[in-house]
Design a protein around this ligand. Structure first.
Ligand SMILES: Cc1cc2nc3c(=O)[nH]c(=O)nc-3n(C[C@H](O)[C@H](O)[C@H](O)COP(=O)(O)OP(=O)(O)OC[C@H]3O[C@@H](n4cnc5c(N)ncnc54)[C@H](O)[C@@H]3O)c2cc1C
Length: 453
């Protein structure tokens, strides 16, 4: 049993411990491959609950995990024996239409963010899955279907409120922005979640939005090479108001699909997709104008119905993938562990690339396309085969991809500091030393504090 009054500080908020009826639900991640047994889970309702939880953990020497939407691919938001500081019940959103700002508590999931902002016909560029947490998404990047026009989610961040360690056992609330704690603000934009403290609220610049045009085109799997080659060149050459994806499914599923969102009319979009339509004869083409909120649901549908356990890895193409690389993709998708394996890519460039790789901690500004290689399964006995496939696939793609997105973490990356952060890593370790010198916030791939010289 947990002694809520151990040490000096008392835990506050909704506290769930082993044996409680909701413990099992409270401990699980979105990825059911991860099954850990924390010592206590605190569902914080106010920032002070977060402060108390960090202090309690430090006083009692209990490792900390921070959690918002539970979508970490490798389960970095949970750990055996740890205290999980969960902010998901901190989900207020305040919109200042005049200043074009929104203050969003970090417990919000993307669908709630989109829906609430839509009431005022504004939005932020963010990801597609409805239940991803705004916290993990923003701190690592935030890639979505408005990226080429409005940048990453973190490019729209103006301020972060964060609970950071203080002294030997304490914790304090600080605000970081371009003027105050500007070094930490830099690190919060691409350094990745769980590294420096617990973010409790974000202030974002918001953009007016009304209707958008969307498309989806489906081809036969046999056309994969032709279609991907045309897509990868076309997707970056088109107007920045269009961001697009391509999903290459397994041979058994038998299709390739490209989708995209355009801030303009359906007739203009129809003209823009002509090169794609000429790549090979499509099986199905849809182009329509919809209210933006409907578009978020359309792209969310693609994520629904997945099998519960998965392994995903990522990588960036800084140049067009040559024929040999595309053949590698086709070869792996022809021999998957099951039919649910796939490859998903999204176009970058545009507003993402207009920011320098050193202006924020997010370093992969000049990448053209982001790749996700994934396998999904249901039963434990299928796990090894699926993970082995993903890892062999990643290794086979090494000549064509560079690094990885910190929000698509992969424990198999031995040189993860270089993969996620390249030349920004040293600066991140110095900021870590300043704000968390005792490494209170650490996990398998967290940024270590720089050593004192
Ligand atoms: C189905 C699915 C779809 C996805 N789609 C997209 C997409 O469209 N675009 C995209 O860019 N990414 C996407 N991702 C990746 C996603 O951005 C990352 O998984 C992200 O880290 C999830 O954040 P979370 O808050 O949901 O997860 P969590 O597991 O709660 O947290 C992720 C990381 O952030 C830390 N963290 C959580 N809350 C806080 C906090 N309040 N303060 C500090 N650190 C915190 C955790 O400790 C952990 O290290 C997707 C992931 C999945 C599983």
């Amino acid at each position: 049993m947990i002694n809520k009054k151990q040490g000096l500080t008392r835990l506050t908020g909704r506290i769930v411990v082993p044996g409680d009826p909701d413990y099992n639900q409270a401990r699980m991640e979105f990825n059911k491959r991860i099954s850990k047994f924390p010592r206590v889970i605190v569902f914080c309702k106010r920032t002070q609950d977060v402060v108390n939880a960090v202090k309690w953990a430090r006083e009692n020497r209990v490792p900390i995990r921070v959690r918002s939407g539970r979508h970490s691919y490798e389960g970095f938001s949970v750990m055996n024996g740890a205290i999980v500081i969960d902010v998901s019940q901190m989900n207020r959103i305040r919109i200042d239409s005049k200043q074009k700002l929104a203050k969003i508590q970090t417990g919000n999931q993307l669908q709630r963010v989109y829906r609430t902002l839509w009431q005022k016909r504004v939005t932020i560029p963010a990801g597609t899955a409805p239940d991803v947490g705004i916290a993990g998404l923003t701190l690592g990047g935030g890639i979505g279907l408005l990226s080429r026009k409005y940048g990453l989610t973190l490019d729209n961040l103006k301020e972060v409120e964060m609970v950071v360690p203080h002294g030997r056992f304490g914790a304090k609330i600080i605000r970081c922005n371009a003027r105050e704690h500007a070094d930490l603000f830099w690190a919060c934009r691409g350094g990745g979640g769980g590294n420096f403290g617990v973010a409790t609220s974000f202030t974002f610049k918001v953009h007016p939005i009304s209707t958008v045009a969307i498309y989806s085109i489906t081809w036969k799997w046999k056309d994969l090479e032709k279609v991907f080659n045309v897509w990868q060149k076309w997707a970056l050459s088109v107007d920045n108001r269009l961001t697009s994806t391509i999903q290459m499914f397994s041979k058994q599923v038998g299709t390739v699909e490209s989708t995209g969102q355009f801030l303009g009319s359906a007739s203009e979009l129809r003209r823009m997709i002509q090169p794609l339509l000429r790549a090979s004869t499509p099986l199905k083409v849809r182009v329509k104008t919809v209210p933006f909120i409907e578009a978020t649901k359309f792209f969310a549908q693609i994520d629904i119905g997945l099998l519960p356990k998965f392994k995903v890895t990522g990588g960036y193409a800084y140049r067009a993938v040559p024929k040999e690389g595309i053949r590698t993709i086709k070869r792996f998708l022809a021999n998957p562990p099951n039919k649910h394996a796939n490859v998903e890519c999204q176009s970058l460039g545009g507003a993402v690339a207009r920011v320098s790789p050193t202006a924020t901690a997010y370093v992969h500004r000049h990448a053209k396309v982001i790749f996700e290689l994934s396998a999904r399964w249901r039963l434990n006995q299928e796990q090894k085969r699926n993970i082995t496939w993903v890892e062999s696939f990643r290794r086979a793609m090494t000549p064509f991809l560079i690094g990885d997105y910190v929000n698509f973490p992969d424990l198999e990356f031995k040189n993860w500091p270089r993969a996620y952060y390249r030349n920004n890593f040293n600066r991140l370790t110095k900021i870590k030393r300043k704000y968390d010198p005792l490494n209170v916030f650490h996990f398998q791939q967290s940024i270590p504090p720089a050593k004192n010289r």
